[in-house]
Design a protein around this ligand. Structure first.
Ligand SMILES: NC(=O)c1ccc[n+]([C@@H]2O[C@H](COP(=O)([O-])OP(=O)(O)OC[C@H]3O[C@@H](n4cnc5c(N)ncnc54)[C@H](OP(=O)(O)O)[C@@H]3O)[C@@H](O)[C@H]2O)c1
Length: 238
């Protein structure tokens, strides 16, 4: 049982960005709780971070599409720490939903995993966060304000997340701060199918390239520490 130390819950910890964020937090001395779906990937990450973290970071397996996911994560955290001090929301997925075949289920799935579960998780841990004037940082997408094609369900869910977290930021201020990062592209899942697409998309950004996970970590850590900011959306790489 960890007491006294600031513990950050990383949701989607095994993803491209989640791994980098967990590492960045461990480097600066935060205690971690890692959550995602896949137990094998979580255990591998925990093992990898053991030396930096000083002990294997605890892990909690939960599928955010399941109705009990928030209860599972909160119960798992309670077994490890007295309270959760910060939350980083970095969970996937990024499903392609071409307009011609868009289904009700696509929207329900993305809304559940990207908006409903994260919002309920922040709500469930709000007293923990308030106890230490903690912060939430969520990874959103620049496409919410500058939509791209074939991802209506995902972008709708990220828009709901942004609005919901802004409302929660208002409700929970001044004790808890909640901020978001509207990311451009770090990794394009469709790049292998169309290398020219990578060039086209990267050069749409004024900086002319995709970002790196480390550049995202820099912004996430800054927002966790930004004690005079809440309800803000920091655009990066757009
Ligand atoms: N990478 C980019 O270029 C980019 C750009 C804009 C925004 N973003 C946003 O940044 C965040 C992280 O992106 P990423 O590239 O790191 O994503 P990623 O590599 O696909 O990782 C997604 C993470 O979410 C977890 N996850 C997926 N479905 C889940 C579910 N149903 N329940 C619980 N966990 C689930 C995955 O764990 P499991 O493998 O165990 O399921 C994994 O840890 C996402 O919110 C994404 O939308 C990323």
């Amino acid at each position: 049982m960890t007491t006294g130390a600031r513990t950050t819950l990383v949701v989607g910890a095994t993803g491209r960005l989640g791994v980098a964020i967990a590492r960045g937090l461990a480097v600066r001395g935060d205690k971690l709780i890692l959550t995602a779906r896949d137990a094998t990937k979580l255990e591998a990450l925990s093992k990898d971070l053991t030396a930096l973290h000083g002990s294997p970071p605890p892990t909690v397996c939960a599928d955010l599409t399941k109705p009990d996911a928030v209860d599972v994560i909160v119960a798992g955290a309670r077994k490890q720490v007295d309270y959760v001090g910060n939350i980083v929301l970095a969970c996937g997925p990024f499903p392609r939903t071409p307009l011609a075949s868009l289904q009700r289920e696509d929207l329900l799935h993305t809304l559940t995993v990207h908006a409903v579960a994260p919002l309920l998780l922040v709500h469930a841990l709000s007293n923990d966060l308030a106890r230490v004037n903690g912060a939430v940082v969520a990874l959103s997408d620049a496409g919410v304000n500058r939509p791209y094609t074939n991802f209506v369900a995902y972008l709708t869910a990220k828009g709901a997340l942004q609005t919901g977290l802004r409302a929660l930021a208002n409700e929970l201020a001044p004790d808890v701060r909640i901020n978001m990062v509207a990311l451009g592209i770090v990794a394009d899942p469709e790049a292998d199918d169309d290398p020219l697409r990578t060039h086209r998309l990267a050069t749409r950004s004024p900086l002319g390239r995709f970002g790196t996970p480390e550049e995202v970590v820099h912004v996430v850590l800054a927002l966790l520490d930004a004690t005079w900011a809440t309800g803000e959306i920091w655009g990066t790489g757009r």
